[in-house]
Design a protein around this ligand. Structure first.
Ligand code: GTP
Ligand code: SPV
Ligand code: MN
Length: 586
């Protein structure tokens, strides 16, 4: 008798017709063998062995460098169940359309069977997935990003409790690229892309889209959030989770070297992209990081912005679409220092400065989490860490202040549901366009976002001490276009203000959008910032917010009757407060 996994592998092989099926065990030997094969066929480019041990550069196809949201679908029988923010296809129609693209797609290629656990090996909250893929790069990446191989197969046994994900590079033509999710069958199909969230199916496809659907049914949460621990001078650690859209600062916040280290404040990393949170028996919200590695944005990463990760990248790291120096070391814009001569760009051409950036703006590193010096001793705690604050944030050149605090859970859900951010290179399409990105889940919610808001609203009252909910914006700009806030390690000052609020310390001014710090409530020792800049950072402009409130109304209208009434109530309260405050200002 074959197991459910064996049957699925066999059935898939009949369709995709690989020349060989390889069951991956996740061992060092297997990883080395794959690396040798990839060096031979050009998938990997060897880096300086002395300075970047067991590390490689991969150049993806130039038309395959970021997630493709327009080619990503949620497939449910009813269109209404995916809501106005997702692309929809009926499951039968989707399969009919995309099955031919898998037909003989692996001819002359290997089919790797990649079993993996999302979450700590022994955690009751972890889940198993199996990816079938014809990409060795995906196998090597999944080995870093999840607990992959024997460990997962052993936990699975002969059970059918796994999320199957079928992946083929296909011909990498965007016209034949589809990222399909069948939440009702826990199934993922991805064809035509070898990049990031399109291809490493444990990450966005499973741990966010499929998991968010599961989480709603089962009463937990799957969120696009980093998890960090803020240690205070007494050694006490307070855990916080933060949702910022793609390429808006999660990795950097989770790994920061605190500017207040001398004062005894330190940041520990539990996760940098995804949080699975459940209500524990003691009434706390507990979070695990389902991932085992970091797939981080390279540009802008340097010894000042993120020394923790810079130190981690010298071994066992896969770099994708970065530039290469003459001494065969990875390089990207914002790595620090002058641009070296003899640079080869991410396409493999001599960099002459005329053909754009040397490293692709969405170039990335893939590195085991355990290698970061900021990693928390509790990062793989099977029970997770208790969350005391939830933080939403976006990239807003204007409008949103550095930080504000919501009044209560319901208001906090409204703040998350209405957040907006400028688009980045993490997904294909225009960069710098402001769009609503509720809870940073716009591209990742596996069902109707109105129902997702309702799920959020329902969680708060089930918690004994619901986390305080904040909103931040590191990206507000002055009239000259420069960032007003230095960001990175200085962001700890904002975390410290939150901690003080949680503990009932710091002062705040009530504003129509929430509670904003008084300038005096901020620990500013050692920070070179003018009082005028600080005022601007904390300013809430009621007139501009009236416009924002109108845009929020238009966004909410898309959801029709399905939008929870509580959010309409919160919106009305905001509009009323703004109206009163505009009158006062006048
Ligand atoms: P994903 O992996 O796509 O989900 O991105 P992320 O949210 O983890 O973003 P990341 O931390 O990688 O940051 C993306 C970009 O924003 C990088 O180029 C960073 O250098 C930059 N960045 C991060 N934090 C700050 C900050 O506090 N201030 C400024 N100005 N830039 C920042
Ligand atoms: C994101 O875009 O939010 C990422 C990178 O974390 S990817 O894995 O490509 O989705
Ligand atoms: Mn992300």
């Amino acid at each position: 008798m074959s197991t459910p996994l064996e049957s699925w592998v066999e059935e898939t092989a009949k369709l995709t017709k690989p020349s060989k099926i390889v069951w991956c065990d996740g061992s060092e030997a297997e990883n080395e063998r794959l690396a040798e094969e990839m060096l031979r066929d050009g998938t990997y480019i060897e880096l300086n062995r002395r300075t970047y041990q067991s590390s490689y550069l991969h150049r993806s196809n130039p038309n395959d460098v970021a997630r493709t949201e327009n080619l990503t679908f949620i497939c449910t029988p009813e269109k209404a169940d995916v809501g106005p923010t997702n692309n929809w296809m009926a499951p039968d129609e989707a399969k009919e359309k995309v099955r031919p693209l898998f037909d003989a797609a692996m001819k002359g290629r290997m089919m790797y069977v990649v079993p993996y656990i999302m979450g700590p090996e022994k955690s009751p909250y972890s889940k198993i997935g199996v990816e079938l893929t014809d990409s060795a790069y995906v196998v090597a990446s999944m080995r870093i990003m999840s607990r992959m191989g024997k460990v997962a197969l052993e936990r699975l046994g002969s059970s059918s409790q796994f999320v199957p994900g079928l992946h083929s590079l296909g011909d990498l033509d965007p016209d034949r690229r589809f990222i399909l999710h069948f939440p009702e069958e826990n199934l993922i199909w991805s064809v035509g892309s070898g990049y990031g969230g399109n291809a490493l199916l444990g990450k966005k496809c499973f741990a966010l889209r499929i998991a968010s659907f599961m989480a709603r049914k089962q009463g937990w949460m799957a969120e696009h959030m980093l998890i960090l621990g803020l240690e205070d001078p007494s050694g006490k650690v307070t855990y916080m989770a933060a949702a910022f859209p793609s390429a808006c600062g999660k990795t950097n916040l989770a790994m920061m070297v605190s500017a207040l280290e001398e004062q005894g404040y330190r940041v520990w990393t539990i996760g940098d992209d995804i949080a699975w949170m459940h209500i524990a028996s003691d009434g706390t919200l507990r979070a695990i990081n389902p991932e085992a590695g970091f797939f981080g944005v390279a540009p802008g990463t340097n010894e000042k912005t993120n020394p923790n990760i810079m130190g981690a990248l010298h071994r066992n790291t896969i770099f994708t679409n970065v530039a290469l120096t003459a001494s065969r070391e990875p390089w990207w814009e914002g790595i620090g220092g002058p641009t070296p001569s003899g640079l080869v760009n991410w396409r493999g051409e001599i960099h002459n400065g005329n053909s754009g950036a040397a490293a692709h703006p969405n170039s990335r590193y893939t590195v085991p989490a355990s290698q970061s010096s900021s990693i928390s001793p509790r990062w793989d705690d099977p029970e997770g860490v208790p969350i005391s604050a939830l933080i939403f944030g976006g990239r807003r050149a204007h409008l949103a202040p550095l930080v504000f605090e919501s009044r209560d859970w319901q208001h906090g859900v409204f703040v998350g549901a209405t957040m907006a951010s400028e688009t980045t290179a993490a997904a294909t399409g225009a960069v710098g366009v402001t769009r609503r990105d509720p809870m940073a889940m716009l591209p990742f919610c596996g069902y109707n976002m109105a129902d997702y808001f309702a799920h959020w609203l329902a969680i708060g009252p089930k918690l004994k001490h619901p986390p305080k909910i904040f909103h931040v914006n590191w990206f507000r700009r002055a009239a000259d276009g420069k960032f007003l806030w230095p960001g990175y390690g200085e962001n700890v000052r904002v975390l410290k203000w939150m901690l003080d609020r949680i503990e009932g310390g710091a002062d705040a001014n009530e504003t129509p959008i929430g509670n904003v710090p008084t300038p005096g409530s901020f620990l500013l020792d050692g920070l070179n910032i003018s009082p005028a800049a600080l005022d601007e950072l904390l300013r809430v402009d009621p007139t501009a917010w009236v416009e924002e409130s109108k845009a929020i109304g238009r966004f909410f209208d898309k959801f029709g009757d399905r939008l929870p009434a509580e959010l309409r109530t919160e919106h009305k309260a905001l509009a009323d407060r703004l109206e009163r405050s505009v009158v006062t200002v006048k």
